[in-house]
Design a protein around this ligand. Structure first.
Ligand SMILES: Cc1cc2nc3c(=O)[nH]c(=O)nc-3n(C[C@H](O)[C@H](O)[C@H](O)COP(=O)(O)OP(=O)(O)OC[C@H]3O[C@@H](n4cnc5c(N)ncnc54)[C@H](O)[C@@H]3O)c2cc1C
Length: 385
């Protein structure tokens, strides 16, 4: 880090020497946009430059120059992080990976995808789904966060209860170290147990060990259509006891989200999502086992005596554009309660009245957030006799 204008010019000249002219931003009007991630509690510095590489060799060049001049580098994905880890530091270089956004390969035989770090999770998820495959890691920011950022933070989402987090799907990475060297870790095959597991070391290291420039990701066959349901409870203890019963009985949901009463009220105060504010807790569960999902729901309800199925009285107001997680082509709200069953219907899972939906790939995470499921998008409302 330097305050010497001459040294600054030398660094910028050295950077420019190995990069296309449009890869380096120095004008504060442009670099300001790269100072912050989504953390609202911490400050950010003013970078010397923002570099937007399109090739791994350019990343290597940036890190060599930065090392030579002892300038700090902050790798950045989509800046959706909530901890300030992607914030710029004074006099440093912001390395934005968003232009390295190619899906290099989707292999249905080995069930892997090879991608650059700037690919959005949503873009990858949809691309593999078109081939009948599924990339399970599902941070709620999946529509806007990058695979590089997901790997660097070991992101996980609502579906990790069944499928695990990002690290469980990373088979190998290509990383540029601080000195500009290229390191390849891991494997492509499902099994690969020899040697130190450097991949696991890199995943979750928040850019402190190097810059991820490529990743080989494991995929799964696409799950069947999903059914999501909500149940209200008188107390948090009742809801959590229902969760332990469900899990202990081996009734594995593909999503299980607990909201205590305070959280439900806070969400409802923030935006009308149609949530029931008088409850002690709300539990969202999902089965992605297609025709067997309704039976799963019935078993969950039976396993928890205090289970009170809940139906939303009204759809929520739409989320903000930045956080919109509505799938392309869908205009339905996941909370709607009165739409007639369309292409997929299910028998009622439990006494009472409840609402469930099949999910199109990664349906609105800002509301019930379901796992990806192929094919249909439908809402089913069950009213018992
Ligand atoms: C609405 C919302 C919902 C969210 N939900 C979740 C959630 O459910 N689960 C969850 O885990 N997180 C969640 N997050 C946090 C955030 O989205 C994740 O941490 C995400 O993985 C960050 O990805 P990004 O591309 O935005 O990375 P950034 O925010 O740009 O960077 C995050 C970190 O990764 C490093 N980094 C980025 N790219 C690279 C790279 N190529 N090589 C090395 N280091 C790199 C950065 O230096 C920084 O330390 C949410 C955020 C928002 C705004």
């Amino acid at each position: 880090m330097t305050c010497d204008p001459e040294e600054t010019m030398t660094i910028l000249d050295d950077l420019a020497a190995g990069l296309p002219s449009d890869a380096v931003l120095t004008d504060p009007a442009s670099t300001d946009a790269y100072r912050f991630d989504e953390a609202s509690f911490c400050d950010a510095g003013s970078p010397l430059a923002v570099v937007r590489p399109t090739e791994t060799e350019q990343v290597q060049h940036v890190l060599r120059v930065a090392s030579a001049h002892r300038v700090p580098v902050v790798p950045q994905g989509a800046r959706s992080g909530l901890s300030g880890a992607a914030n710029a530091v004074d006099g440093g270089i912001v390395l934005s990976l968003t232009r390295m956004d190619r899906i290099l390969e989707i292999d249905p035989v080995d069930q892997v995808a090879v991608v650059e770090p700037g690919v959005l999770n949503a873009v990858l998820s949809r691309a593999v789904l078109e081939q009948g495959l599924y990339y399970p890691p599902d941070p709620s920011s999946w529509e806007l966060s990058t695979i590089g950022g997901n790997l660097a933070t070991n992101a996980g989402g609502l579906c990790c209860v069944k499928y695990g987090v990002t690290a469980d799907f990373v088979r190998g990475v290509e990383v540029v170290t601080a000195s500009g060297e290229l390191l390849r870790t891991g494997r492509r095959t499902a099994k690969g147990v020899a040697g130190y597991d450097l991949t696991k070391l890199i995943v979750g290291s928040e850019g402190t060990l190097g810059v991820i420039t490529k990743a080989t990701l494991g995929l799964k066959p696409a799950p069947e259509a999903a059914l999501t349901m909500a149940a209200a409870f008188g107390s948090a203890a009742d809801a959590l006891s229902a969760v332990t019963r469900i899990m202990a009985a081996g009734l594995q949901p593909s999503l299980c989200e607990f909201l205590d009463g305070v959280t439900v009220r806070a969400i409802q105060d923030y935006r009308d999502m149609g949530l029931p504010t008088g409850v002690g807790a709300l539990l969202l569960t999902q089965s992605d086992r297609g025709p067997r999902a309704a039976a799963d729901a019935r078993r969950w309800a039976r396993s928890a005596p205090s289970w009170a199925p809940w139906t939303s009285p009204s759809p929520p107001t739409p989320p903000s554009p930045r956080c919109s997680c509505r799938p392309a082509g869908s205009s339905t709200s996941r909370w709607r309660s009165s739409a007639p069953p369309s292409s997929t219907t299910s028998p009622c899972p439990a006494p009472g009245s409840w609402t469930s939906s099949t999910a199109s790939p990664r349906s609105p995470r800002s509301t019930t957030s379901s796992c990806p499921a192929p094919a249909t998008s439908a809402t089913a409302t069950c009213t018992p006799p």
